[in-house]
Ligand binder design. Structure first.
Ligand code: ATR
Length: 294
């Protein structure tokens, strides 16, 4: 492939480590090419100790913007000039946009998750009750953006209860949604009775359940989180943000109990589409971007 790069080409990029499996360069470069935009998207493997200098470098080199992935999503906020509200509340950034000589951080993981649900899955978030499994970086983005999009209640379940409690506190104090934390032991043989009951109640009253931990992800597809699947039914939408494998054991169990299920491919596509729109001010060619995904 011969790239038509010139002195006018506008660079975008990705920083993270390791980046061997990233699908973003293909998704963005195909989209730029499709719309005839003179942009290029380049991935950079950046170690944690080099993050500050990498951001300074991208700034000095005039990058239009860049994506940020594991393990930098939280630390990168220290090197930006401004944060979008959702990114600030989530404490994590996956997309940076240059505005004049300032760098502003966004979280299109959370925003893209919500947009995918609303536009493709037909799930309107407003007034809904949500149960988020996990309290790490991905959970924070998903939970905060669901709350900002008008969810009535966002319950957080996590192995480390303290992390769930902190996230629930941010949501109930800083967004219009109600929030609470419950303990969840997804790799335990038996749920602790009280926690098991609290979790069961949260499942029963939820409209949407989102699994954000890495349990069941390639290469450990054989892992099925312990969860009160029997409390799920046809009225539930269940999303696992994992996309490899396309159907985790968690999703398979949820489907067996009648729930509508979605994997993480939609979130991946829409986080990319929203980053693309922030950098180019053009509508993302969703179907072109979708075609390069597995
Ligand atoms: P990410 O940025 O992908 O969300 P993370 O911030 O490391 O990654 O968060 C990982 C999440 O998966 C956390 O909720 C973590 O639970 P803890 O907060 O208790 O660590 C959860 N997780 C990962 N491995 C787990 C396991 N074996 N059992 C239970 N929870 C696990």
């Amino acid at each position: 492939m011969i790239l038509n790069i010139s002195g006018r080409t506008r660079p975008c990029g990705l920083i993270g480590y390791p980046l061997e499996h990233t699908l973003s360069p293909k998704m963005h470069n195909t989209a730029f090419q499709h719309l005839g935009l003179d942009y290029v998207y380049i991935p950079f493997n950046v170690l944690p100790q080099d993050l500050e200098r990498a951001v300074a470098g991208l700034r000095a080199l005039g990058f239009v913007g860049f994506n940020v992935t594991h393990p930098h999503k939280e630390n990168v906020v220290n090197y930006l000039d401004e944060l979008d509200e959702g990114a600030r509340l989530a404490g994590a950034v996956n997309t940076v946009v240059r505005q004049g000589d300032r760098l502003k951080g966004y979280n299109t993981d959370g925003a893209g998750f919500v947009r995918h649900l609303e536009t493709e899955v037909g799930f309107a978030v407003k007034g809904k009750r949500v149960l988020v499994l996990g309290a790490g970086g991905a959970a924070k983005a998903v939970a905060v953006y669901l709350a900002l999009a008008g969810a009535k209640e966002v319950i957080i379940a996590n192995r480390t209860f303290e992390k769930a409690r902190k996230l629930a506190e941010v949501i109930s104090e800083k967004t219009p949604a109600g929030s609470n934390a419950v303990a969840w032991n997804p790799t335990g043989e038996e749920q602790v009775w009280e926690d098991g009951e609290a979790l069961k109640e949260a499942v029963a009253s939820a409209d949407l359940v989102v699994q954000t931990t890495s349990l069941g992800m390639h290469p450990r597809e054989d892992v099925c989180p312990s969860f009160p699947y029997e409390a799920l039914g046809e009225r539930h939408l269940v999303v696992d943000i994992i996309y490899n494998p396309p159907r985790t054991l968690f999703l398979q169990e949820a489907a067996k109990h009648g729930a509508r299920v979605q994997n993480g491919m939609g979130m991946l596509l829409y986080q990319g589409a929203m980053a693309f729109e922030l950098w180019t001010n053009r509508a993302a060619p969703l179907n072109v971007m979708r075609r390069v995904l597995p």
